[in-house]
Design a protein around this ligand. Structure first.
Ligand code: NDP
Length: 234
């Protein structure tokens, strides 16, 4: 049966691969965008995850046209690097606002209809850096670690209503987000993976789709690393 899926930040990168993977399986898929073009074959809703009114409007628009969102993929994220000694309050809180508070805003809006219908899946895109920490990205690592505690809290709170909440924690993924890395830094990071390469966005999408399958309805509060061992250290 076709479900309605919402992927925040699904207009490009990992989110777009996730959206396409669901669409290929016959689901109706909506992506949020902030003014960019809506990819072919997907529904688009304008929404910045730092703005609760825009989130509410996006959900309401989808509900009126297609019914409630049954699977939420909270993927929108951003990074802003600075050393802990030079990072401003604004740099720290802005990154939390998108990656963590944004996920909270979207999840809290998605939860109401899910609770009412006694079913729903929430999948949060964290990062290996939430587990191992990040030099010059303490704001981002803190936000991504926070997503784990948040998702597990939802899993506890909404489990009795048939709603699951899980986390996918990617390692290195070939998207715009890592375009700025120097060749030397890329090489250094890749050498720490067991497979010696970056992931494709599609390889992250596979784990997300799996967490929304009927057969994984008993999986909740889990963190699935998709990082070729990067999070294991060494
Ligand atoms: P991209 O930079 O390619 O895409 C980021 C997406 O998030 C875009 O769709 C962007 O929208 C959206 N976004 C950013 N800020 C907001 C906002 N305030 N409101 C709504 N949407 C917003 O990154 P990735 O695809 O690589 O990242 C996707 C997720 O995966 C992120 O959460 C990231 O932290 C995580 N991740 C990425 C890794 C990697 O190596 N690439 C590794 C681990 C985790 P817009 O087009 O409007 O800017």
């Amino acid at each position: 049966m076709s479900r309605l899926i919402l992927v925040t930040g699904g207009n490009r990168g990992i989110g777009l691969a996730v959206a396409r993977a669901f669409a290929e399986r016959g689901d109706k898929v909506a992506v949020t965008h902030r003014g960019s073009a809506i990819p072919d074959g997907l529904l688009g809703v304008k929404c910045d995850v730092t703005d609760r009114d825009q989130i509410d409007a996006a959900f309401t628009e989808l509900e009126q046209a297609h019914g409630p969102v049954q699977v939420l993929v909270s993927n929108a994220g951003a990074i802003d690097e600075a050393s802990v000694v030079s990072m401003t309050d604004e740099q720290f809180t802005d990154v939390l606002d998108v990656n963590l508070v944004g996920a909270f805003r979207v999840a809290s809006r998605a939860a109401r209809p899910m609770v009412r219908s006694r079913q729903g899946r929430m999948i949060f895109i964290s990062s290996v850096l939430g587990r191992v920490g990040a030099r010059s990205a303490g704001n981002y690592a803190a936000a991504k670690a926070g997503l784990v505690g948040f998702a597990r809290s939802i899993a506890r709170e909404l489990g009795p209503y048939g709603v699951t909440a899980n986390v996918v924690a990617p390692g290195l993924v070939e998207t715009d987000m890592v375009k700025g890395l120097s060749a030397e830094r890329r090489e250094q990071l890749v050498s720490r993976t067991f497979l010696g390469r970056f992931a494709t966005p599609e390889e992250i999408a596979s784990a997300v789709v799996w967490l929304a399958e009927d057969g994984t309805r008993y999986v909740t509060g889990a963190v699935i690393p998709v990082d070729a061992g990067l999070g294991l250290g060494g």
